[in-house]
Design a binder for this molecule. Structure first.
Ligand code: FMN
Ligand code: SF4
Ligand code: FES
Length: 580
């Protein structure tokens, strides 16, 4: 066997400069590739090899990233329009009276048009991304205007709805989110000052006593997680904020960040102090570029006021926060996939245990929490666990950010205590069904939540109500009237999961696409006898043998839709054609 030494051509100066800007850190590979892509020559195979070479990582690793994340491409292009085909945008387009022209025929050849999974702009549906700028509502008729700078109409949540209890959203529209002086004048960072007067263990005890449960979907107690991290003897420990928010229907974290970024930083700093951690990373989805910039600006401002950095407010506690952008992959919201991505790899989930509190980012003890979880923390430290509990007349303490979408009169975001019923969400907060619309079903929790019919309209919803058939998840509710086919709707959900499956394990990789194929033909009037049973078999298979929470939760909307709308699915099967 010959042992030939590989000789690389010199690295291009452009790639070298970008890599140097990131300190030649291999963990920054994803961000480096994204940056290379913004240059006129784009992300060519040669540039990819150069990046790998200068970071001293194998070229296949760089290629692996370029082919994993949807915002990276090896194709040559200048400008890109990413058109969301998530379920909320689908619903808007399906119900709009004028389907209009196709996107690509509307734009010049300077632009390429790509599909995208949910952009986290469901309250601005139908939504698009114009390069890295968010826009909506935008239809294909508006494509030319969008290429020339038109961005639709941003949402405005400055006025509370009747019945709202605003805590985390209290300062929306009342402060300039880019001004730390405004934030401080409104007592943001007051919770941090209270926390620094306590010992770290006392901070954790306060959060535990408040009963705060994680807002990313699973509802794990925040104080208990921090206790696990603080109990680890290994240092350094770290905090990771999950701002990936890529599940269709969910956009609350985006609004919390864009309206009050200092509240989030405050919660993260308190978590760092409680766990005696030294650094934090905010992993924010690549499609939230303006929110990422807002966070970077807020970090600089907090450092300038000694609320971050060395010896914070003379407490002896030092802490840094970094912002890390993703590049388009729903699976990176799963905490272990997120950690892999943060380490500069493909976002493929890790086997658990070990869990992140004992083995997280770079193997460090790590607390991973959702944006909303961190945003609740300062208020608990400022006002006490008892006050947080008193906000809710229901057994689950505190308030929650909810999203209501679809065929209601007043879709959007609101904050309220737990225990709301779907009827209250629709009538009291969503303004009721749109004129001429009659409720048929709702998707509850998020894309991986339950599809419910009117029989569940009066069940109080919390983290445990999924046992009664109605999920809270991350707090989103998509309301559909009788114009929507449950079969076609489930097809849209499966399309999302099939595209976003990371492909690491067979049950999910194959199961999602097989289910999509079946639903595709059922939705198009070509269903075969036995298709419904095959969907049930695939759901059981994915639930029992998928590697991570993505594949394990795809069966939730499948099974609930199949059980509530058995007749509709049966009607989509042809009695003449039998599966071979
Ligand atoms: C497929 C998948 C996607 C997820 N996406 C998110 C997400 O976007 N944001 C989030 O906070 N948690 C998400 N989670 C949950 C995280 O794995 C983790 O439980 C959460 O960040 C913990 O924070 P919390 O305890 O504060 O809720 C996802 C889980 C799965 C299985
Ligand atoms: S369940 Fe799906 S997303 Fe999770 S590891 Fe398997 S293929 Fe990847
Ligand atoms: S932005 Fe289109 S479905 Fe969420």
């Amino acid at each position: 066997m010959t042992n030939k030494k590989i000789k690389y051509a010199p690295v291009s100066p452009e790639v070298e400069e970008i890599a140097a800007g990131h300190g030649h850190n291999p963990e920054a590979l994803l961000e480096i590739l994204k940056e290379i892509q913004t240059h006129p020559a784009g992300l060519s195979k040669a540039a990819l090899t150069d990046a790998a070479h200068t970071l001293k990582v194998p070229p296949h690793k760089a290629y692996g990233l370029a082919t994993f994340y949807s915002m990276l491409t090896l194709e040559e292009r200048r400008n890109v329009l990413r058109v969301c085909d998530g379920p909320v945008c689908w619903l808007k387009r399906a119900t709009s009276k004028n389907g209009g022209p196709a996107w690509s025929s509307e734009v010049s050849d300077q632009w390429s048009v790509e599909r995208s999974s949910c952009l986290g702009l469901c309250d601005r549906a139908p939504a698009i991304l114009v390069n890295d700028e968010q826009a909506g509502p935008v239809t294909a008729q508006d494509a030319r205007k969008a290429c020339q700078g038109w961005r639709g109409v941003p949402t405005d949540y400055s006025r509370p709805r009747a019945g709202e209890v605003r805590v985390m959203s209290a300062l929306i529209g009342r402060i300039d989110p880019d001004s730390i002086d405004d934030a401080i004048a409104n007592d943001v960072y007051g919770g941090l000052k209270s926390a620094l007067l306590k010992k770290p263990g006392e901070v954790i005890a306060e959060v535990e006593a408040s009963g705060l449960q994680g807002r990313g979907g699973a509802g794990f107690p925040v104080g208990r997680k921090w206790k696990f991290v603080a109990a680890e003897e290994r240092t350094p420990r770290c905090i990771v904020c999950n701002a990936d928010e890529s599940e269709p229907l969910i956009f609350k974290d985006r609004v919390l960040i864009e309206t009050n970024p200092h509240q989030l930083l405050e919660g993260i700093i308190i978590a760092g102090y409680a766990c005696s951690a030294s650094e934090a990373w905010i992993y924010i989805r690549g499609e939230y570029e303006s929110q990422a910039r807002r966070l970077e600006n807020a970090i600089r401002q907090a450092e300038s006021k000694n609320l971050l950095g060395e010896n914070i407010l003379g407490s002896g506690f030092s802490f840094r926060i970094h912002v890390h952008r993703g590049a388009g992959a729903y699976i990176c919201g799963e905490e272990t996939a997120l950690l892999e991505s943060l380490e500069g790899k493909r976002g493929e989930p890790r086997l658990r245990p070990p869990y992140p509190p004992s083995y997280g980012f770079r193997g460090m003890p790590t607390a991973v929490n959702n944006v909303e979880s961190f945003c609740a923390v300062p208020h608990i430290l400022k006002n006490g666990a008892g006050w947080w509990k008193s906000l809710s007349p229901y057994s689950t303490p505190g308030t929650k950010m909810y999203m209501v979408l679809g065929h209601v009169k007043n879709p959007g975001l609101f904050e309220a205590p737990f225990g709301l019923t779907l009827r209250q969400i629709i009538d009291d907060f969503g303004g009721g069904m749109q004129t001429g619309s009659n409720f048929q079903f709702a998707l509850c929790g998020g894309a991986a939540g339950t599809v419910v019919d009117e029989s569940l309209l009066d069940i109080p919803i919390d983290f445990a109500s999924s046992q009664k058939g109605i999920s809270l998840g991350a707090g989103a509710f998509l309301i559909c009237d009788r114009s929507v086919s449950p079969v076609a709707f489930l097809r849209e959900l499966l399309h999302f999961f099939a595209v976003e499956s990371c492909g690491k394990c067979t049950p999910c990789r194959v199961g999602t696409w097989r289910s999509l194929e079946i639903l595709d033909r059922m939705a198009n009037g070509l269903g075969l006898n036995g298709d419904t049973d095959e969907l049930k078999t695939l759901a059981a298979l994915m639930q029992d043998s998928s590697f991570c929470g993505l594949g394990q939760s795809v069966p939730i909307p499948m099974r609930s839709a199949l059980s509530h709308f058995e007749a509709e699915f049966a009607r989509s099967e042809s009695p003449m054609e039998t599966r071979s």
